[in-house]
Write a protein that binds this ligand. Structure first.
Ligand SMILES: [Zn+2]
Length: 170
């Protein structure tokens, strides 16, 4: 772990714009609840035993207590996670010689089978699902990258137009 990175990230996570209410802090992590969305955010890091590396882990969990209420959508989660990740990316930029590997956990088998593509989401945004190499489950790409909302609206609009074109024909 680059010296000071965790401390600086912790300071940034406290920024007002992230809307986090901190529940607990410990030497290598924190646990917070989002002030507006029903979400819990967990952050932790652990040093590897076998090499010089460190794993930094972000976890978002739906915190909806009411079983009848809608859960927070993938897009909703990304809108909270992405600004925090970008704060981390910006910090990493200020360190030289740091090798970063970005990974995503498979929501099905919980293994780190996906590349973390939050900086380059375009290709995956164009797909509805992506298969996990390990469990072969087709994973909704909303779990892997921030969905492109505008595109979805456009597709809906195009479908509507096709539909109305068909209606006119018949
Ligand atoms: Zn999997």
């Amino acid at each position: 772990m680059p010296p000071g990175l965790f401390e600086m990230l912790s300071v940034r996570a406290h920024r007002e714009k992230h809307n986090l209410r901190f529940l607990s802090h410990w030497g290598s992590g924190f646990h917070a609840r989002h002030k507006l969305e029903k979400l819990q955010v967990m952050f932790s890091y652990s040093k590897h035993n076998d090499d010089n590396g460190t794993t930094i882990r972000f976890e978002l969990r739906d915190d909806t207590q009411d079983p009848n209420a809608d859960q927070v959508s993938g897009a909703g989660m990304w809108s909270i996670l992405l600004p925090i990740l970008m704060d981390l990316e910006e910090l990493l930029h200020s360190y030289t010689g740091v090798l970063v590997e970005r990974l995503m956990e498979c929501p099905s088998c919980k293994l780190l089978t996906f590349i973390g593509e939050w900086l380059t989401p375009k290709e995956t945004q164009g797909m509805a699902t992506r298969p996990c190499e390990e469990c072969n489950e087709n994973i909704d790409t909303a779990f892997l990258v921030q969905p492109r909302e505008k595109k979805r609206v456009d597709i809906g609009y195009i479908r509507q137009r096709i539909q109305s074109a068909r209606d006119q024909k018949s």
